[in-house]
Each structure stands twice: as structure tokens, then as C-alpha cells.
Design a protein around this ligand. Structure first.
Ligand code: IMP
Length: 446
């Protein structure tokens, strides 16, 4: 038995959905521990494609319990739409549970997110405009509404009458927006409460009981390490803690509950929204990565910025998350390239910088120092073992593993489950590098 955290090692969109889906097969419980409807993953079931923002993709396995944990923020309207979509194609949500202490995104949160982005002008964050930052801000300011408050009609009424009056002053005076009608908002949210009531639980207790019963728990991080509120490219970050440490707070478990941390990184880098991105490439290569990688956001449809793999942030992510191993996704996107660059360090004001600088203004001045590797220029789509890979692709993976000092346990070569090379079982396998001591690739089947 093992309890594992799956986290993004870059700026989100690393393909965590597929890796979580693969690992969910051996998980009894999947816990989403932070973020809200800013996240998104595409799920294909019975020839139907739909997008989930809050519900873990583990919901597709009827015996896997899916918990939306305390550290998340929930937009009830979107959550109910997701539940309806699943039930419309006969996927049961009886295995879905919502934490009573998660915070609720309200209409004023979305309005303030939109309006404050406009006001920021050139200082904008490039948020998803789903009200995430304002919901977490209210949580810290202790004016938030929690799921448990939604369940208590009288308490909700009295809390919202006060809060909406307070928010109306901000909407009207600061942002020139029309005020909200408290009665309409209260009626709308009491309606959501009745739909969600059957799913609401004491989630940390449920997770504790699963642990006591020695069931496998998978903690699923949304977004990525560089979008972490404390450890990312502040202020161009999200308002929660996607890093592995966030799993304990967001799920309500102690660090002793965690056995392993698995990081997910793309074979190149992407970023949505504003903020520094040293390895970003425009022109032909940028277009190539964006087109072959279908790099458009699941939540906002925005085109993602694309660039080469950055091993400095990769190493940083290994350190900040205490990563045991890594999954490299979308290696196939690089198939047609003659040569591939990897950023091994930064040049900063004439000196070489090996570490990620926490100041975004300094980070914006970092120029990538690249090492160029030969491409493989043939399809890897049908490769199922490391030996099937072109030697240049294997060298590329070894190079990344060496630079980041982390074993690569999984290589993904496309969206479908079968397009995967399992180098070693990331949950139960020994913690080994991609290379054996004598330099031969490690190959384990699970
Ligand atoms: P927010 O989370 O909507 O406040 O957005 C803050 C920053 O995080 C913006 O740069 C967003 O583009 C980025 N972001 C939020 N969620 C995701 C995600 O799931 N994938 C990639 N970027 C995200």
C-alpha cells in the first residue's frame, strides 16, 4: 500500500490528468487538495469528450472514491454542471465526496476577478477569471463562505446579507459595477446547497479512515509548482499551494501519511497567462510545439506560450516537492525536430545562475543557457518500451534525468492510455534511476 502525491513540475498543464488516470487504477481514494475551476482536464468516455474542472478523473472508476478536499474552492454551479454531464452518460457520482470545509466561489468573486484584472492594466496576472484569487482572499480575510455554511439556510442568510452589502460597496464604489441583489444570490445558493448536500462529508475524517484501512490514496495537485502562491513566480501565480506540501494542509492529513511524490513535466515547457518564461520561443519552433502539442487551455481556450525544457525549474521542482520520481509527458510532440534545446542554467547580468530566483523581476532578466541535442525525426507513437525509442530520444530522457537528479518512471507519448512507457512502477517499484549502475536502461513492467 502507498499513498502518493501527483504534482505538476512546471506552470500547470503538464498532462497530470493522464498520469492521474493511469495511477487511479491502483488507487482506492483520489483527493483533489487545492485550486478550483481554474483547472481543467479533458476526459473521453464512450466516444464523448467533456471537460472536468473540479471532479477528479478517478470518478470514471466506480470503485474509486473521489474527494474534493478542504483546500479547494468550489464554484457550485460548475460542479453541478459536471455532475449532470457525468450522470447524463450513466457515470455514477455516488463515489463523489465534497469537503464541508472547502470554500465557495460566489458571483462577487468572479466579478472582482474580472474587474481587478482590467484595472491592473500592464500589471495583470492573466488569471482564468473564475474568481479563484478573490475566493482565497476572502478565506484569508475570514469573510469566506464554506460548504458547511451553505448547508445551514438560516446561518447562510444572515452571513450573506452582511457580506453582499459589504461586497456591493466594493463593486459599486471601486469598480463601477451594478450591485448584487442579496435575496437573489441567497435563493440561488440555497438551490445549489440542496443539490450538493448528499455529497458533503468531513473529508479529513474520511481520508483518515481510508488510511487506517490501508487503502491506497492518491493526492492530486492542480496547476503546477511554478504557479504556487509561496514558491512560484509570484505575483504571476495562482492563489493556492499546488506543491506537495499543500497536499497535507489541503487534504487534512499529516506528512507521515505520504509515501511518495511523483512530479509530472512535459518534454518541453508551456505557460498560460502573464509572467516571466526564460525558455519561451516564438516563431517557427513555438508554432510547431503549440500545433503538435495542441496547446490551448482546457478552461479558457487560451493559446499556451511554448518553449524548450527548462532544467533549472525542473531541479527546483524536484527540491520543493521532495520528488521521488517523474513522469515525462508529450515526448512525441518533439518527434519531427532536427535538434532540441534544453536550458541547463541561466545567464544573469553576466554571471551563470544555477538556481531559480524568487524575484520575478530578476527572473525576467534570466537568459537561458542551452545545450543542444540531436532530434530523432521519427515517430515515437508506437514505442512501448525504452528499447523501442530512437536512441536520441532515450539520450534526451537520460539527459533530463541526470540534470534534475530524479528517476523518470513514466514516459507518455500521446493522450491515450496505451501510449505510455512504464519504466518502473512509480508507486510500488524501487526508487531507482532511469539508468542502471552499468548504464543500461532500467525496464520494469507493471
Ligand atoms: P487564477 O488561478 O485563475 O487566479 O490564475 C492565476 C495564474 O494561474 C494565471 O497565470 C493562470 O493562467 C494560471 N492558471 C490557473 N490555473 C491554471 C491551470 O490549470 N493550468 C495552467 N495555468 C493555470
Amino acid at each position: 500500500m502507498a499513498n502518493v502525491i501527483v504534482i505538476g513540475a512546471q506552470w500547470g498543464d503538464e498532462g497530470k490528468g493522464k498520469i492521474t488516470d493511469l495511477l487511479s487504477r491502483s488507487a482506492d481514494v483520489v483527493v483533489r487538495y487545492q485550486g478550483g475551476v481554474n483547472a481543467g482536464h479533458t476526459v473521453v468516455v464512450k466516444d464523448k469528450t467533456f471537460k472536468l474542472h473540479l471532479i477528479p478523473s478517478g470518478i470514471l472508476y466506480p470503485d474509486t472514491e473521489c474527494i474534493i478536499g478542504s483546500g479547494t474552492v468550489i464554484d457550485p454551479q460548475v460542479l453541478i454542471e459536471e455532475i449532470d454531464q457525468l450522470e447524463a452518460i450513466a457515470i455514477s457520482t455516488d463515489n463523489l465526496f465534497i469537503s464541508q470545509t472547502a470554500h465557495v466561489t460566489m458571483p462577487y468573486h468572479r466579478m472582482i476577478d474580472n474587474a481587478s484584472e482590467e484595472r491592473r492594466g500592464s500589471h495583470k496576472i492573466g488569471t482564468t477569471k473564475r474568481g479563484i484569487g478573490p475566493t482565497y482572499a476572502d478565506k484569508s480575510e475570514r469573510t469566506g463562505i464554506r460548504i458547511i455554511d451553505l448547508m445551514d439556510a438560516e446561518g447562510l442568510r444572515s452571513q450573506l446579507e452582511w457580506t453582499i452589502n459589504y461586497k456591493n460597496a466594493i463593486l459599486e464604489k471601486l469598480y463601477d459595477l451594478p450591485p448584487l441583489n442579496p435575496n437573489e444570490v441567497i435563493a440561488e445558493y440555497l438551490g445549489y446547497a440542496e443539490r450538493l448536500r448528499p455529497y458533503v462529508v468531513d473529508s479529513s475524517l474520511k481520508i483518515y479512515q481510508a488510511k487506517q484501512q490501508r487503502r491506497n490514496i492518491l493526492f492530486e495537485g492542480a496547476q503546477g509548482t511554478l504557479l504556487d502562491l509561496d514558491h512560484g513566480t509570484y505575483p504571476y501565480v495562482t492563489s493556492s499551494n499546488p506543491v506537495a506540501g499543500g497536499a497535507c494542509v489541503g487534504a487534512g492529513v499529516g506528512p507521515t501519511a505520504i509515501d511518495r511524490t511523483i512530479g509530472v513535466a512535459k518534454a518541453y515547457t508551456t505557460r498560460v497567462g502573464e509572467g516571466p518564461f526564460p525558455t519561451e520561443v516564438d516563431g517557427e519552433i513555438g508554432e510547431f510545439l503549440c500545433d503538435r502539442g495542441a496547446e490551448f487551455g482546457t478552461t479558457t481556450g487560451r493559446r499556451r506560450r511554448c518553449g524548450w525544457f527548462d532544467a533549472v525549474i525542473g531541479r527546483y521542482a524536484v527540491r520543493i516537492n521532495g520528488m521521488d520520481c517523474m513522469a515525462i509527458t508529450k515526448l512525441d510532440v518533439l518527434d519531427g525536430l532536427e535538434e532540441i534545446k534544453v536550458c541547463v542554467a541561466y545567464e544573469l547580468d553576466g554571471t551563470t545562475c544555477q538556481e531559480f530566483p524568487s524575484n520575478s523581476r530578476i527572473f525576467a532578466r534570466c537568459r537561458p543557457i542551452y545545450q543542444t541535442l540531436p532530434g530523432w525525426q521519427r515517430s515515437t507513437a508506437d514505442c512501448r518500451t525504452l528499447e523501442d525509442l530512437p536512441p536520441q530520444a532515450l539520450d534526451y530522457l537520460k539527459f533530463l534525468a541526470e540534470l534534475m537528479e530524479v528517476p523518470i518512471a513514466i514516459v507518455s507519448l500521446g493522450a491515450s492510455r496505451d501510449r505510455t512507457i512504464i519504466v518502473e512502477d512509480p508507486i510500488h517499484g524501487p526508487k531507482r534511476a532511469l539508468l542502471d549502475e552499468d548504464g543500461t536502461p532500467v525496464k520494469l513492467e507493471i
